[in-house]
Design a protein around this ligand. Sequence first.
Ligand SMILES: [Fe+2]
Ligand SMILES: [Fe+2]
Length: 292
Amino acid sequence: MSNTQDRVPLKARKVSFSWDDTPLHWVPGDPFTTHTINVLHLLLPAGERWFVHVYKQVLPYIRDERLREDVVGFIGQEAMHSQAHDEVLPHLREQGLDPTPYTAQVDWFFEKLLGDRTLPPGRARRWWLMERVALIAAIEHYTAFLGDWVLNAEELDRRGADPTMLDLLRWHGAEEVEHRSVAFDLFQHVDGGYRRRVRTWATAFTAIVFLWQRGARFFMENDPTLIDGKASFKDFYVAGRRGTLPATGDMLKSIPRYLSRGYHPSQEGCTEQAVAYLASSPAALAAEKGVA
Ligand SMILES: [Fe+2]
Ligand SMILES: [Fe+2]
């Protein structure tokens, strides 16, 4: 059953952003924070396209009309997120950072490793679909965590982070908080096995940490303005203490919450805050006017 508490109808907002005035280091004087967050622009286009691809296959298994509506709304929002992050890439290229060597690996990961395999119709094909639905639920635990974090990351404002980039991150983060229950409700509806939840969490967490640190290192090493740019766990820990990135302790504490048998995403984040941000986001407001 879809969660009734905090439920808001999900709609895709057709946002667009102009990157002309966004500097390379959009958190001033802090290339490490900038590039660690920039990894999102590399992971999300392929990752969220993959969500949409998997969810289109799971629609016939949904026997709850409200959940189906939520899943259709989720698909619309994720498709828009994927596109919005993809549109940052030409701007990075113009600034001398061509992410193609890294995005080629990410594309392979989502399209080949996690793609449709040549499986006969029946149990094996269903098993692989359910495994991917569970993986998406685990990943969405982290997108909601990050969404909640960025909505509250006042240190980025204090340090003069670029307002357009902040709006992209907070529009996306707010929609992640808004739809945070959908992937978990869908997993519970079509499968819900606890062992599968634990197994796919471990896979998702390992993949996120692996891809993210690789992406941050890629950006730091290829940033044309840095000599011998590096990214380390220590840098991440320090930025977390400062409040320009999520705190390591908060990330660790979110693990047992997802693995608790009583977990539900509605216990995380704040729908009111997300909805309030979306009502004031420059990009979301412009999208609303464009539609009207
Ligand atoms: Fe998203
Ligand atoms: Fe999401």
